[in-house]
Design a protein around this ligand. Structure first.
Ligand code: TRP
Length: 480
């Protein structure tokens, strides 16, 4: 029982993958994490992971999807059979489904904030407001569980409706307009930031690399972010890859996705920090960063209410094109496995995620601090869910890299990558050794006690891991 859906146009995979990649991760999460983790050092780890680990895994994940032409869980089940490997690799699919469910639960709450600000902009209620008023307004929003729940519900319903209609309608045509428009308006905001804010301070904050600035958890956050922003390691890209026509080169596509995604994050970061430093705001203020700084710029800008309204609508568009990629893999699984109709499957997934999202809602007000959660985990439910996804996505990516690197044959990979032997060899080196080692490094780095043993520990881990992976697969390369 495979999924017979195929994208209508050759370019749609790229569009859908860019739509999935570019979202709140670029506009909201990247700037605030960078601010909290000391700027340049965070970006350095983030960028290195994108290029050395993210792109190879992006290729690997698309490959697994296109090779199996099934939803991630069923696809991995199929691949473990056809490649004579342990059923345990199916955990890639399950881990992915868990991540999708966790991410969607908070993603929808945050996207809900953008609904609030779209409204505030279009009604002109913030025109001329100063920094204090705007931050007080944001605090008031967070303090209201009812409002947050309302927006969360609206957003998740909208996402569910789009996925429920199927992959062709809605997604394809919408993205063609939303993505370029978003980028243009971001440049407008950046231009405003350059002329009215402190661009030099922003640039030096973002591009002064002092690795000592990065806390141990900052390493994990940076790697988690690079997976998050590329929608990697949880099956979203695998699910989209399953609908991708077999003729397109994965290498070029993956590169294009990473470049566009990084460009959007950088422009957003420069624009936001120019405004932050220009207005004397706090760079490390956390999740509210984008929602406090940008309305401030729009409050003062000529035609700010209109520009701001359009901006937040585009943010919503970018968020929806990402959230649908969180629903799709799980929904497709439910359809394939339990013969549910698409709407039923989407409903089940969305309802569960919605309910979990209420914990994130409560993290900002009723359970803001001092609850059992804080005592047990030392953080709010929202932060705990984020931490889980920061671990699950790289872990999923690691398994994807190992599976694609060791279990797929030479000819299978070549068919997907459509490239020459040199690129093939580089890619395979990256997914077999470099990506796993990098993920292991950051995981170990995030555990304070490991400090002194770091290098030997990773060495040992990679050697053991590579042997174990090699043996599990018993791949005979001469076949390929
Ligand atoms: N990449 C999206 C963003 O940056 C978020 C996202 C969508 C995502 N689908 C995903 C993250 C799958 C991880 C996995 O906003």
């Amino acid at each position: 029982m495979s999924t017979h859906n195929v994208w209508t146009h050759k370019g749609t995979f790229l569009l859908a993958a860019v739509g999935s990649a570019v979202g709140l991760g670029n506009l909201w999460r990247f700037p605030y994490l960078t601010g909290e983790n000391g700027g340049g050092a965070f970006i350095l780890v983030y960028a290195l992971t994108i290029f050395a680990v993210g792109i190879p895994i992006l290729i690997a994940e698309t490959m697994l999807g296109r090779n199996s032409r099934r939803s991630p869980i069923m696809g991995m089940r199929f691949l473990t059979r056809t490649h004579n490997t342990s059923r345990a690799w199916e955990s890639i699919g399950w881990l992915g489904a868990a991540s999708a469910f966790l991410i969607l639960s908070f993603y929808s709450v945050i996207a809900g904030w953008a609904i609030h600000y779209t409204w505030q902009m279009l009604t002109g209620s913030l025109v001329g407001a100063d920094a204090e008023t705007i931050s007080a307004g944001f605090d008031a929003l967070l303090a209201s569980p009812a409002l947050l729940t309302l927006y969360h519900t609206l957003f998740i319903i909208a996402s569910g409706l789009i996925v429920g209609m199927g992959i062709h309608k809605g997604i394809e045509s919408g993205l063609r307009i939303i993505m370029p428009a978003l980028f243009i308006i971001l440049l407008v905001v950046l231009a405003y930031g350059v002329t009215n804010g402190d661009f030099r301070a922003a640039a030096s904050f973002l591009f002064t690399f002092n690795i000592a600035d990065l806390s141990l958890e900052g390493w994990l956050a940076a790697m988690g972010q690079s997976f998050f922003t590329l929608s990697l390691g949880m099956g979203a890209i695998m699910a989209y890859g399953a609908y991708m026509s077999s003729e397109i080169s994965l290498t070029r596509t993956a590169l294009a996705i990473a470049v566009v995604d990084t460009a959007v994050a950088m422009v957003a970061g420069l624009a936001i920090f120019s405004l932050v430093f220009g207005a004397g705001l706090d760079a490390g203020q956390g999740p509210g960063l984008m929602f406090v700084t940008l309305p401030l710029a729009f409050a003062e800008m000529p035609f700010g209410a209109l520009v701001g309204g359009v901006f937040f609508i585009l943010v919503l568009g970018a968020a929806i094109s990402s959230s649908i990629s969180l629903i799709e893999p799980v929904a497709a699984f439910l359809v394939e496995r339990f013969d549910l109709t698409r709407p039923q499957a989407v409903f089940a997934m969305v309802l569960a995620s919605w309910a979990l999202g209420l914990l994130t809602v409560a993290s900002f007000n009723v359970y803001a601090e001092g609850t059992i959660f804080h005592t047990l985990f030392g953080r709010s439910a929202f932060e705990f869910i984020e931490l889980l996804t920061n671990i699950f996505m790289p872990l999923g990516g690691l398994l994807i890299a190992l599976f694609a690197g060791w279990a797929l044959t030479h000819s299978e990979v070549m068919k997907e990558m459509r490239t020459n032997e040199t690129w093939f060899a580089i890619w395979r080196l990256l997914v077999r050794f470099v990506a796993p080692a990098a993920v292991a490094f950051v995981f170990l780095r995030a555990i304070p006690q490991v400090e002194g043993y770091l290098i030997p520990a990773i060495g040992a881990l990679v050697i053991v891991g590579a042997f174990a992976a090699g043996r599990t697969f018993l791949v005979d390369d001469s076949q390929g």
